[in-house]
Design a protein around this ligand. Structure first.
Ligand SMILES: Cc1cc2nc3c(=O)[nH]c(=O)nc-3n(C[C@H](O)[C@H](O)[C@H](O)COP(=O)(O)OP(=O)(O)OC[C@H]3O[C@@H](n4cnc5c(N)ncnc54)[C@H](O)[C@@H]3O)c2cc1C
Length: 393
């Protein structure tokens, strides 16, 4: 779905949206960008202020076979249309998805709904390494229940496209066959232009920006997936490419260029996605991230009910919560459930922005009615148990 067309930008907002124009160089000394327009025609545009919002690009391995037409990425609408067109031919009976992140999971669901057999592969042993093991086991069961074949520890070495179906080999010589291969192994920031222009880079080679979204050159801004942000829990620079913070950063740049005061607080890494009938959500730090950031973390994992226990239709909901034993601060929360996980994560997300302690969070007046949760909300059950654990340890 196209949310807003270039034509709407031109007509409604008087923005000269030059689609089909690729910037190839930023000449910061001259205040100019140059590149190629449609039909390869060179163009040059001068600027007083420049915003780099070049997003991120899918990481595609360089091993042999990845240039085969039956190997696809899922980044743009065109990518999705191309996959749908292939599926419509009826020739895709089996698909192999490289990666087990949220885009990979969403693709697995979309393909299974179209009755395509799906295998997912990744080199590491863990399904979702950032997710608590008990919660990850629930996600695994959901994938199993929908006949998604999972091959962890499968490190793709090459794709043999000389035959149909394609043969995908791992480094040990084991092979899996598929009519379609989808590469969903993560993204990297499109920061090469900024790097070539001498701008400072941050984590994962994203463009380093301050709280006003200025790069190391004060007339050049960067926003969205190409840029970093400050993490509200650690205070450190972080690269977490997600849509809300991209959108918010874009608006903030416009405000700042127009002379308004801007200071973005940062990101908590709040994210949510669907795996068939499961909602998976997270905000803040994992135990490993908390340790790495110098906290003394403790964590609990609880399982309770999505509705009052006697209410029909109640399903399990799991909460994993992390706190800092030294300061008492809440550091992060993860949730998995069939209902009530996706939006509940916003409560701990706000608590992270407010730097609340686990004790303060445990005292929050959260909503209760039988169809929506137990009297003690799952988040409060987790916070109470975490509080106990933090005092004991
Ligand atoms: C399949 C998929 C599902 C997603 N689901 C979610 C979700 O559920 N929730 C969520 O929060 N996020 C989601 N995301 C991430 C979200 O889409 C991104 O965080 C967001 O689009 C980033 O916006 P952006 O403007 O920074 O980058 P983009 O939307 O990638 O836009 C970058 C633009 O810059 C252009 N560009 C790049 N290089 C140049 C150049 N040299 N010259 C000119 N133009 C250039 C590109 O053509 C593109 O139009 C998803 C992403 C994908 C791929």
């Amino acid at each position: 779905m196209v949310v807003r067309t270039a034509e709407a930008f031109r007509k409604k907002s008087s923005i000269d949206a030059l689609t089909g124009h690729r910037v190839e160089r930023i000449d910061s000394a001259a205040g100019r960008v140059t590149g190629q327009g449609p039909d390869g025609k060179a163009f040059a545009l001068a600027y007083d202020r420049l915003l780099i919002a070049t997003g991120a690009e899918p990481i595609v391995p360089r091993q042999p076979g990845f240039d085969h037409p039956q190997v696809a990425v899922v980044k743009t609408l065109e990518d999705a249309h191309a996959i749908k067109t292939r599926l419509a031919t009826g020739a895709v009976k089996t698909a192999l998805i490289m990666g087990m992140g949220y885009i990979a999971m969403e693709m697995a669901e979309a393909l299974r709904l179209r009755e395509v057999s799906v295998a997912m592969v990744k080199p590491r042993a863990e399904l979702l390494p950032w997710l608590d093991l008990d919660l990850a086991a629930t996600v695994r069961r959901e994938l199993d229940a929908h006949q998604v074949q999972l091959y962890t520890g499968f490190d793709v070495a090459r794709i043999d496209g000389g035959q149909r179906p394609l043969a995908v080999y791992d480094t040990n010589g084991t092979s899996l066959s598929a009519d379609l291969v989808i590469v969903a192994t993560g993204v990297r920031p499109n920061s090469a232009l900024a790097d070539a222009a001498g701008l400072q880079l941050g984590p994962a080679q994203s463009i380093a920006v301050d709280r006003q979204l200025r790069t190391s050159n004060p007339v050049i801004y960067a926003a969205g997936d190409c840029a970093d942000a400050f993490h509200v829990v650690t205070g450190q620079r972080a690269w977490i490419p997600l849509a809300l913070r991209a959108n918010r950063a874009g608006w903030a740049v416009a405000d700042h260029v127009c002379g308004k005061e801007v200071s973005l607080q940062g990101v908590a890494g709040t994210a949510v996605f669907k795996v068939f009938d499961l909602q998976v959500a997270r905000t803040g730090l994992t135990m490993a991230e908390a340790t790495q950031a110098g906290f003394a973390p403790a964590a609990v994992t609880i399982s309770t009910s999505s509705r009052a226990h006697s209410h029909p239709g109640a399903t399990p909901i799991q909460v994993h919560m992390v706190g800092d034993k030294r300061s008492g601060r809440l550091l992060g929360t993860q949730m998995v459930g069939r209902e009530g996980a996706a939006h509940r994560i916003n409560a701990p997300a706000v608590a992270l922005h407010a730097a609340m302690t686990v004790e303060q969070f445990s005292q929050s007046d959260l909503a209760y009615a039988p169809p929506f949760g137990p009297t003690w909300d799952p988040l409060l059950v987790a916070a109470n148990q975490l509080l106990k654990k933090m005092k004991e340890e």
